[in-house]
Design a binder for this molecule. Structure first.
Ligand code: SAM
Length: 244
C-alpha cells in the first residue's frame, strides 16, 4: 500500500517563492521523498485584466490594495473540485488570525494536509474568506509583507512533525514548548573553549544528574524569558500533585 503524501496547497501571487527554504534540510528531503507534496496555485492565473492585476482599491478608501474575491474563487473552485482537497483545513495567513502554535502544528500534521492562502498588500476581500470558510491564522504579533513567508513558517513547523521526517523522535519530545518549558542550553566539543568550560555535569556520563540539570535549566530559562509559559508548567505540575 502506498502512503499518500501530506498535501500542501498554497494559493499565492508569487509561486516562485516556493519551495524556497522548504527545499532544504529534513523538510526538503521529505519533499523529495514524497512524504509531503507542495502544489502552488498562482493567483495571477485568474487575473482578468491586461496587466494581470489581482487586486483593486479598497471600498471606503484608504491605503493599499485588496485581492479581489473572483481571483480567490478562480483557484478555490479548481482546488476544491478534487474530493480529498475539499476536506482539507483552509487557512488564511493573517496578522489578525489566531496565533499559530506547536499544538496547532501537531493537529495539522495528523491530518491529510492544508490549503494555505497567502495575502499581499492590504489583504483579501472578506467575502472570499467567508465564502470559502478560511480560518485566519497568525505567525506572531508583527506584520510582514507577505503570506508566503508566513506559509513557509507554518509548513516547516508542521511538516517536521510528520512521521519519518525527523530521524530521532527524542529530539521532538525534548523540544521547546513540550511540557510548557523552553529547551535547556546545549554544549559540544571542545570541553573548554576560550577558557570557558562546558558544565561539568554534562561530561559526567551520569544520566539522572544530567536530566535533573537540564530540567533545572529549562525551568530557570522559562521562568525568566517566558513567565506566561512557566505559569502553565507550574499549574500542570500542581494539578498532577493534586491528582496523585
Ligand atoms: C502587509 S500584510 C497585511 C496586513 C494587514 N493590512 C493588517 O494590518 O492586518 C500582507 C500579508 O502578509 C501576511 N502576513 C503579515 N503578517 C502576518 C502574520 N503576523 N501572520 C501571518 N501572516 C501575515 C498576510 O497574508 C497578509 O495578508
Amino acid at each position: 500500500m502506498t502512503m499518500q503524501p501530506w498535501q500542501a496547497h498554497v494559493l499565492t501571487a508569487f509561486p516562485q517563492m516556493f519551495p524556497g527554504a522548504l527545499g532544504f534540510s529534513n523538510v526538503g528531503k521529505a519533499l523529495n521523498e514524497n512524504i509531503w507534496s507542495l502544489d502552488t496555485h498562482d493567483l495571477r492565473q485568474y487575473a482578468t485584466t491586461r496587466y494581470a492585476s489581482i487586486d483593486d482599491t479598497p471600498f471606503g478608501g484608504g491605503a493599499g490594495m485588496v485581492i479581489c474575491p473572483q481571483i480567490i474563487a478562480g483557484i478555490m473552485d479548481k482546488v476544491l473540485s478534487h474530493s480529498v482537497r475539499a476536506t482539507l483545513p483552509r487557512l488564511f495567513l493573517s496578522p489578525r488570525g489566531k496565533p499559530f502554535s506547536v499544538e496547532r502544528a501537531k493537529a495539522l500534521a495528523t491530518g491529510d494536509g492544508a490549503v494555505l492562502l497567502c495575502g499581499r498588500y492590504e489583504g483579501v476581500d472578506q467575502r472570499a474568506l467567508e465564502y470559502y470558510n478560511f480560518e485566519e491564522i497568525s505567525i506572531g504579533d508583527y506584520v510582514i509583507s507577505s503570506g508566503e513567508l508566513a506559509s513557509s513558517v507554518l509548513l516547516d513547523a508542521t511538516v517536521r512533525l510528520l512521521p519519518r521526517v525527523l530521524g530521532a523522535l527524542a529530539s521532538l519530545t525534548e523540544e521547546s514548548f513540550e511540557h510548557n518549558l523552553l529547551e535547556y542550553p546545549h554544549y559540544t566539543r571542545p570541553a573548554v573553549w576560550r577558557g570557558l568550560a562546558a558544565p561539568e555535569v554534562l561530561l559526567s556520563g551520569h544520566h539522572r544528574r544530567i536530566a535533573q540539570w537540564r530540567l533545572q535549566q529549562s525551568c530557570a530559562l522559562t521562568a525568566k524569558v517566558r513567565p506566561d509559559l512557566f505559569a502553565k508548567y507550574q499549574a500542570s505540575h500542581s494539578k498532577l500533585g493534586e491528582d496523585n
